[in-house]
Design a protein around this ligand. Structure first.
Ligand code: HEC
Length: 156
């Protein structure tokens, strides 16, 4: 019963699902909004934002980091509507890691930024393993994949 409810309103029940007595799984709702695209395409967008977020943080561009963290949260919420057979715990762990990173960004805490970014990356990979796509391995970007975007804070 709980699973059915979670499938219908997964994004809404992300926060308390971790405390459920029986294992909860993230399943695709029976009716999916037409505006929602393929999960793999969302993940490519998430991959790009993960890279931009890192570049913004290490460049001390906090407004950009904050913007990208919000974008990533929105993509996570969209993706949560199309997951199938993924334990809800892995979804909530990723959301929490992103929220913790956002908190570091909003206080411009560079010392917390790196470990929390690593925790977010770990949560990406933990979900990939539990979703059966453990061959998709995410890591800290070594350089920016975007040569057409400047990451230094804009000068006035
Ligand atoms: C709660 C589960 C979950 C989380 C969290 C998650 N992913 Fe994924 N990811 C998936 C699933 C499931 C797939 C396979 C999608 C498919 O093939 O339909 C996937 C696939 C991918 C792919 C391969 C897409 C392709 O078409 O080649 C990339 C890249 C990716 N994820 C990046 C990320 C990054 C970066 C993060 C963290 C910031 C992340 N993912 C977090 C579940 C997750």
């Amino acid at each position: 019963m709980r699973r059915v409810l979670c499938a219908a309103t997964l994004a809404a029940c992300l926060m308390n699902a971790a405390h459920s007595e029986e294992p909860a799984f993230a399943q695709r709702p029976e009716t999916q909004p037409q505006s929602i695209g393929a999960l793999s395409d969302m993940m490519i967008s998430i991959l790009h934002r993960h890279a931009i977020l890192w570049m913004a943080g290490v460049s001390n561009n906090w407004p950009l980091a904050d913007y990208e963290a919000r974008q990533l949260k929105t993509r996570f919420m969209e993706a949560a509507q199309v997951y199938r057979n993924i334990p809800v715990e892995t979804v909530t762990a990723a959301t929490k890691a992103l929220d913790d990173l956002s908190a570091a960004i909003s206080t411009r805490n560079k010392a917390q930024f790196t470990p929390r970014f690593l925790e977010l990356t770990r949560s990406c990979n933990a979900c990939h393993v539990s979703a059966g796509v453990g061959f998709v391995v995410i890591e800290t970007p070594r350089t920016s994949p975007f040569t057409n975007q400047a990451f230094a804070p804009a000068t006035k």
